[in-house]
Design a protein around this ligand. Sequence first.
Ligand SMILES: *Cc1c(COP(=O)(O)O)cnc(C)c1O
Length: 311
Amino acid sequence: MSSKSGRQLGKAVWWNGKWTNSEDAKISLFTHSLHYGLGAFEGIRCYKTKTGQAIFRLPEHTRRFFDSCKILEIKIPYTEKQINQAITETVRRSGLKSGCYIRPLVFLGDGPLGVFPGFDPPVEVAIMTWVWGAYLGAEAKAKGARIKISSFSRGAVNHTMSKAKLTGSYSTGILAKLEVKRMGYDEALLLDTDGFVAEGSGENIFIYRDGLLKTTPLTSVLPGITRATIIQLAQAEGIPVQEARFTRDELYTAEEAFFTGTAAEVTPIREVDDRKIGSGKPGEITKSLSKKFFDIVEGRNPKYSKWLTKI
Ligand SMILES: *Cc1c(COP(=O)(O)O)cnc(C)c1O
């Protein structure tokens, strides 16, 4: 099944506990979240392994989905267990055999249309699936992305609730991305309101120099599950990891840099603001951590099979 945009969709959508065909899942123009942007989502990947398909770190994603709801005062009328089961079943019913991207979405439906949604607005929960390849393009994934620092900043910590995957906050990410894509770059990098490196429009960032791997602290960025995974894998390899703020010039002089995210997976960064990072090719540490990541998600490392939920 494919959508208007040619995307290959999973067959079934789970919507408020019922099953619908992806193409028949339509919402009202009077949907509160469409007007004001209060909603939350998750991005999860399911990979093909030797023993069938498996979802990577499902309980962690569902937990973050519930954290987002809590931050946004959305009363989700399901338990984490019910959502885990619904996600697994949506993948089963998708008909997509070689892995897929999973998108749980929660939003306020057709109810009061003022900014004040009332204390008991209708809450809509849906789970969709589709096929999503290399998020920043096959070339970026293989050779490294060319990125540019955007003139738009990541929101101040008391403005953008950075621990929530809040739908409305992506408007800044979209503006940043449009700005740099128009100039021919693969992805935008946003600084925080103090001018330190924050993250990409949908990815966390790591740099490596002199034996130390660094990533931004969680203060103003989304707590990425891929970020946490890479930190754990690096530490298991004996690579010291520091969560500390760094500046754009520290990024320019890094030996290696890469993005992490469910959509972007591990994507090397080969250029920032037209400056080569290291040799301008994916670095050795980046390649080694990326290989470890793909070995785990594709089921080739039994030590981490606890992170896989079989379909
Ligand atoms: C989703 C997202 C990430 C990556 O998080 P993962 O859990 O690794 O997918 C990073 N930054 C932003 C802004 C995001 O939306």
